[in-house]
Design a protein around this ligand. Sequence first.
Ligand code: AMP
Ligand code: ZN
Length: 432
Amino acid sequence: MYWEQEIETMPREKIVEMQLARLKESVKRASVSPFYAQQFKETGFDPNDIGSLEDIEHIPLTTKDDLREHWPYGFLATSRDELVRMHSSSGTTGRATVIFHTAHDIDEWANIATRSMYMTGMRRSDVFQNMMTYGLFTGGLGLHYGAERLGALTIPAGAGNSRRQIQLMRDFGTTFIHIIPSYALHLYTVFEELGMDPRKDTNLKAAFLGAEPHSERTRKRVEELYGIKAFNSYGLSEMNGPGIAFECPYQRGMHLWEDNYIVEIIDPHTGKPVPDGEEGELVLTTLLREGMPILRYRTKDITRIIPGPCECGRGHRRIERITGRTDDMLIIKGVNMYPIQIEKKLMEIPGVGTNYLILLEREGYNDHMTVKAEVEKEFFSGNLKQLETLRRRITEELKSEILITPRVELVEPGSLPTTEGKAVRVIDNRED
Ligand code: AMP
Ligand code: ZN
């Protein structure tokens, strides 16, 4: 049941003790990097001042801009000869950030990746098809090494090429897949085109859904369409990649591996910690990284700590499904909302398909939001009355969720763009 029983079931006091010892080491290692050396000097922070875990608050927060401004080597805490790998964040805005790893870093990362997958029930006898991009993006290599260490037959399929993915699944009896949730929904439509049903025509048991926000309803959809269990997998390249936080079989939040990271939730406006259980921005500190330790990193991801123990017996605290990012909040006609709210509603409504797009435009001084959603083919044949009824229903339901009335356009399956990587859900054509 556990990959590393002792560490996974460690009582809270023991974890805290371990974290404190590791934090002291991590801060010392970080202090030799050009960035932290300078920052500690400027703020007067002394690594020897860490006496308890609470003292972490004396360390300034680190942001993505810090990583960008000290690109590429400003955070290095070892010599370049020690490095064996680099990765990069997806970098949809501005310059991407790069992260360097030593062999030991890769080893520790593979370890938590293995632990995460084992936790969901994956075993040596399983066949693991990894449908994430291999390359600078961490999705591919991140779980790859963990799966091999676990001993599962690993198919490094990479992203895209849906028909080949399906062929591989069928030829090699794939049981576990690692896939972006929007792509999982799209892939189902390719099964349909081929006249196949993944529930009958594959051996799939489970999927790891990661790399982009998705609602509980989307998870359920993937589970129903494929007849499998879908586990939420959270990661970001600055902290390694996938394997940082993962769902256990109880599927109530993701265990964040606290022997590797310190978790804090802060109020994104004040930067101060919020009480356990309250929502805020996730802040993470690496405890074992050698090549590039990062202290108190503002992930911009919004979540909360789920209070109380998990029935699975693991002592590592759980974070809630990510509900948005501090930088993907949309303000439309003065109303704040997150794209995930729209997804959540859409996926609840029968007849709505697997792809949607939010379009923002400015006309005169007014913002307009159009939600384009694919709906099932039947709505377009014969009487279009049903289509109009569905359109009205979607408009009403969205209005009740986001408090403004969007224009809703319903389109046929397959007409909205798809990507191999993280889905682009919002197109904002408003000028600043
Ligand atoms: P990257 O560093 O390019 O891999 O991007 C990391 C970001 O992807 C995170 O900061 C999150 O915003 C997002 N992300 C990754 N996994 C998940 C997940 N399971 N749920 C929601 N968002 C996720
Ligand atoms: Zn659990």
